[in-house]
Design a protein around this ligand. Structure first.
Ligand SMILES: Cc1ncc(C[n+]2csc(CCOP(=O)(O)OP(=O)(O)O)c2C)c(N)n1
Ligand SMILES: [Mg+2]
Length: 328
C-alpha cells in the first residue's frame, strides 16, 4: 500500500471550489470583453486552474503569492476578495489598486498578493526578497512564486534559485509549464527535457508533477510548503499543464497543431476531476452543482459591483506613485 499522503474530502472539495471559481471568472471575463462591456488585455489561465487551487489549500492568508500577467487563477486561489478584485480588472476606483493596477498588475497586500508583474522572470528575485524578510523576522510564512516555462530560461530564474538555495529561503518556485512561451513551443526554446532537473544544479529538490492532477499537485505542493515552513529551504516544482486559450485573448493558437490542442481539451482537468470526485464517493453530482452555482452567483455580484463602480478621478493620477509623507 502506498505511504503517500492523501488529501481529505474537505480539501478535495475546496480544491474543486477554487478551480471552478477560476473557470467561472475566466468564462465571464471573456464574455464581457467580447460584448464590449469592458476593454482589457487578457491572458487566460484556462486549463491551468488545478495548479493554484491545489497549492492554496496548504497556504495561510499570511503567506505570499507572486504571479504574472497570466495570474487570475493564482490571485483567486489565494483568496482575493471578489468585488475589489473584479473592480481592479475593470480599472475602477473601488479596485484593490484603486483601478490603477489593472489586469496586468492586480495586487492585494491583505490577501498576501504583494506583487504581480508583466516582466517575465522578474517575480523570482522579488519572491526571494519577501521570503528573506520572513526569515529575518522569524515568522513561518512561505512565499510561492509562479512563472512559466519561458521564464525558466531567463537569467533571473537561475540567480534566484541559487540565492534561495544558499540562504535556505522559505520559497517555492512553481513553474507552470503550459508548453508554450507566447508562440514558441517548449522544445523549440528549451534544451533540457525537464525544468525540474534544474533544481539539482542549485542543490535544491526539483519535482516534476502533473499539474492537471489535483491529488498529485496537492502532494507535491504540500510537501514543498512544509519543507519551506520548517526552515529546510526552497523547492522547484514543475507543474505540467496546457494553455487552452492562446497566449492572450485574440490569439487563435494557429501555431499549435490541431491534434495537440484537441487532445489537451479532451483531457480537460476540470471535468476529469469532477468525474473522479463522484466516482470515488467524495461528492454527489448535486453537491458539485451547488458549488458551481454558488461560484457563478458570487462572481456575478462582483461583476455588477465592478460595472457600477466609477473610474479613478484624474486627480488620482500622480498618487501612490512614490511613498508620500516619508522623510528623507
Ligand atoms: C523580460 C521580458 N521579456 C519578454 C517579454 C514578452 N513576453 C510576455 S509573455 C512572454 C512569454 C512567457 O512565457 P512563459 O514564461 O512560458 O509564460 P506563459 O505566458 O506561458 O504563462 C513573453 C516573451 C516580457 N514581458 N518580459
Ligand atoms: Mg508557458
Amino acid at each position: 500500500m502506498s505511504e503517500t499522503k492523501q488529501p481529505g474530502k474537505a480539501t478535495l472539495l475546496e480544491i474543486y471550489r477554487i478551480a471552478t471559481l477560476i473557470k467561472t471568472a475566466d468564462d465571464r471575463f471573456i464574455a464581457l470583453i467580447k460584448a464590449g462591456q469592458i476593454a482589457s488585455p487578457y491572458y487566460s489561465p484556462r486549463g491551468q486552474e488545478l495548479i493554484p487551487a491545489a497549492i492554496s489549500v496548504s497556504l495561510t492568508p499570511a503567506d505570499y503569492v507572486v504571479t504574472t500577467y497570466r495570474g487570475i487563477h493564482d490571485q483567486l486561489a489565494k483568496g482575493i476578495p471578489l468585488k475589489p478584485f473584479v473592480a481592479e480588472l475593470f480599472g475602477r476606483a473601488t479596485g484593490t489598486c484603486k483601478g490603477k493596477g489593472g489586469p496586468m498588475h492586480v495586487t492585494h497586500v491583505a490577501s498576501g498578493l504583494p506583487v504581480t508583474t508583466g516582466i517575465v522572470g522578474a517575480g523570482l528575485p522579488i519572491a526571494n526578497g519577501l521570503a528573506w524578510a520572513s526569515q529575518l523576522k522569524g515568522t513561518d510564512q512561505v512565499t510561492v512564486v509562479n512563472f512559466g516555462d519561458g521564464a525558466s530560461n531567463i537569467g533571473a530564474f537561475h540567480e534566484a534559485l541559487n540565492l534561495a538555495a544558499v540562504w535556505k529561503l522559505p520559497v517555492i518556485f512553481v513553474c507552470q509549464n503550459n508548453g508554450y512561451a507566447e508562440h514558441t513551443k517548449y522544445e523549440y526554446g528549451t534544451g533540457a527535457a525537464t525544468i525540474a532537473d534544474r533544481g539539482l544544479a542549485y542543490g535544491i529538490p526539483g519535482v516534476e508533477v502533473d499539474g492537471n492532477d489535483a491529488v498529485a499537485m496537492w502532494q507535491a505542493a504540500s510537501t514543498a510548503i512544509a519543507r519551506a515552513r520548517a526552515g529546510e529551504g526552497p523547492t522547484l516544482l514543475e507543474a505540467n499543464t496546457f494553455r487552452f486559450r492562446g497566449h492572450l485573448m485574440g490569439d487563435d493558437s494557429h501555431y499549435i497543431a490541431k491534434e495537440e490542442m484537441a487532445a489537451a481539451i479532451a483531457a480537460d482537468p476540470l471535468p476529469r476531476f469532477r468525474a473522479w470526485l463522484i466516482e470515488q464517493g467524495h461528492a454527489t453530482d448535486g453537491q458539485l452543482a451547488d458549488i458551481e452555482a454558488t461560484n457563478v452567483a458570487a462572481f456575478e455580484e462582483a461583476v455588477e459591483f465592478g460595472l457600477a463602480s466609477p473610474y479613478p478621478d484624474v486627480s488620482e493620477l500622480d498618487k501612490d506613485v512614490v511613498a508620500e509623507g516619508v522623510q528623507a
